[in-house]
Write a protein that binds this ligand. Structure first.
Ligand code: GLN
Length: 491
């Protein structure tokens, strides 16, 4: 039985703990066993917290036995978090050499919320360095493998979190999404991932990549599990002035009530179905749209004309903000410091040359360029204007429809090394995801089928600002209607 516990959803595990059918220790051990058995192939974890997880589990079991455990939403549930979210006393590397030995003195707000809700931290997951990438190949340490085909990438940048959930190493995880980094790996790994509205979840303790785009969000095996995780982490935070003081809806009761979705209007942006889209993905999305019609949701074509410029806009704004955010890694306060340098300038130079990987350096250079005098107006300022136009496109579309539905990615999970040496090819994989970050709206990716080769296909639903409850309701209904059958994992 213990070996099967790791296959259960958060919802099912909660029932087992509440009913006294399994102890937190048994559950935690089941996931640790699974990690022991398969993580040498998946490589989802950068740091495992085996001992402290078991100690925490034992403590929760004692509290449960004494009836003083409180009623945390995640009581006894093992969780993994992406290694760009700081954890007090637990190494947080951002998958970068420059932070290889960094042990934060404080917890991110989301980590504190998970703990308050009774979650057990299992470990920190691999990602692209500082979240820059779409395949987890940009980790300074090692790439993570796709649990459905070990020769393929799990997506990125939250590839470790997505692969860990898909491979039953944890029932749920947190990631961060600046341009698709929760949704794209969720799509590639056949699970559910949600990027909340900008401001819905505190970014305090999320190591900044592009501050106006970054958002933390949940990954899980089902829409319900993602709703539980979002419920636990959402809300305003005095430590993050961009978090929004708007009450958090009750996502779970929204799903528990089983309200139907009849009459909710679906818009399909015509720009999302261009020639770049893989045929199998297109067919799978079309079939899902028919299911939505069957649920009583009218489907109409809409247009987001600025989609064409989204990648260029994103790859100006994100590197610009990154170049400024990453200025703090200079070897002075924390992180790697190059040894034996004689003056300050060579210390800065060598520290950063040794500490950052290729893609991070590329972004810092692009960002510095687009912000520099003489180029600022032509690039950064202009990108900001296009961003406003794109946001307006969305506001227009949402006057006519409740949601936008389409593919999460233009292609199926690609092979390791396939795009690694061609940054532009890699950037183009973000075409359907960056728009939600630029507009600040929520986006969710969920499985909508598997290809002939047995690879997962992700469907994306985008909603107006702060409409997470309605978004989860639609996704939940579609999940039931689709009833996607999963082939066997590769591990
Ligand atoms: N793939 C995108 C990038 O490399 C998005 C990354 C992210 O969302 N963190 O910038």
């Amino acid at each position: 039985m213990r070996s099967e516990l790791c296959q259960l959803s958060i919802r099912e595990l909660r029932e087992r703990i509440e009913g006294g059918d399994s102890s937190v220790t048994e559950i935690t051990q089941s996931f640790l066993d699974r990690i022991q058995q398969c993580d040498n192939k998946i490589k989802a974890f950068l740091t495992l917290e085996q001992e402290s997880a078991l100690a925490q589990a034992a403590k929760l079991d004692r509290e449960l036995a004494e009836g003083k455990s409180g009623n945390g939403l995640l009581m006894g549930i093992p969780i993994a978090i992406k290694d760009n979210i700081v954890t007090q006393g637990v190494r947080t590397t951002c998958a970068s050499r420059i932070l290889e030995d960094y042990v934060p003195p404080y917890d991110a707000t989301v980590m504190g919320k998970l703990t308050q809700n009774g979650a057990v931290l299992i470990g920190k997951t691999n990602c692209d360095e500082f979240g820059m990438g779409s395949s987890t190949e940009n980790s300074a340490f090692f790439p993570t493998c796709n649990p459905w085909d070990l020769e393929r990438v799990p997506g990125g940048s939250s590839g470790g979190s997505a692969a860990a959930v898909a491979a039953w190493e944890v029932p749920g995880a947190l990631g961060s999404d600046t341009g698709g980094s929760i949704r794209q790996p969720a799509a590639f790994c056949g699970i559910v991932g949600l990027k909340p509205t900008y401001g819905r979840v505190s970014r305090y303790g999320l190591v900044a990549f592009a501050s106006s785009l970054d958002q933390i969000g949940p990954l899980g095996k089902s829409v319900y599990d993602v709703a539980i995780l979002l419920q636990a982490i959402a809300g305003a935070d005095p430590k993050d002035s961009t978090s929004v003081a708007r009450p958090v809806e009750n996502y779970l009761s929204e799903l528990d009530q089983g309200k139907d979705v009849k009459g909710l209007k679906i818009g399909v942006p015509k720009e999302w179905f261009g020639s770049a889209l893989d045929r199998q993905i297109e067919q799978s999305i079309q079939a899902a749209l028919e299911k939505l019609e069957g649920l009583g949701c009218p489907v109409v074509e809409v247009s987001i004309p600025q989609t064409e410029y989204a990648i260029s806009t994103y790859y100006i704004i994100a590197p610009a903000e990154a170049s400024s955010n990453l200025a703090r890694y200079d070897g002075v306060k924390y992180g790697h410091r190059s040894a034996g340098q004689e003056d300050l300038e060579s210390m800065f130079k060598c520290t950063r040359s040794e500490g950052f990987g290729e893609e991070v350096k590329r972004r810092i250079m692009i960002g510095t360029y687009v912000l520099s005098s003489g180029y600022y107006d032509a690039y950064f300022l202009k990108a900001g204007k296009v961003r406003t136009l794109l946001r307006n496109d969305y506001l227009e579309a949402f006057k006519k429809v409740d949601f936008l539905v389409g593919p999460t990615t233009p292609s199926l999970p690609f092979m390791m090394e396939e795009k690694k040496t061609d940054p532009l090819e890699m950037y183009l994989t973000d075409i359907y995801t960056v728009t939600a970050n630029l507009a600040g709206i929520p986006g969710l990716s969920m499985p909508c089928g598997f290809s002939q080769e047995g690879l997962p296909i992700g469907l994306q639903i985008q909603a107006p600002h702060f409409q997470e409850a309605k978004l989860l309701r639609l996704a939940h209904a579609l999940e039931e209607a689709l009833d996607v059958q999963r082939p066997a994992l590769a591990v």
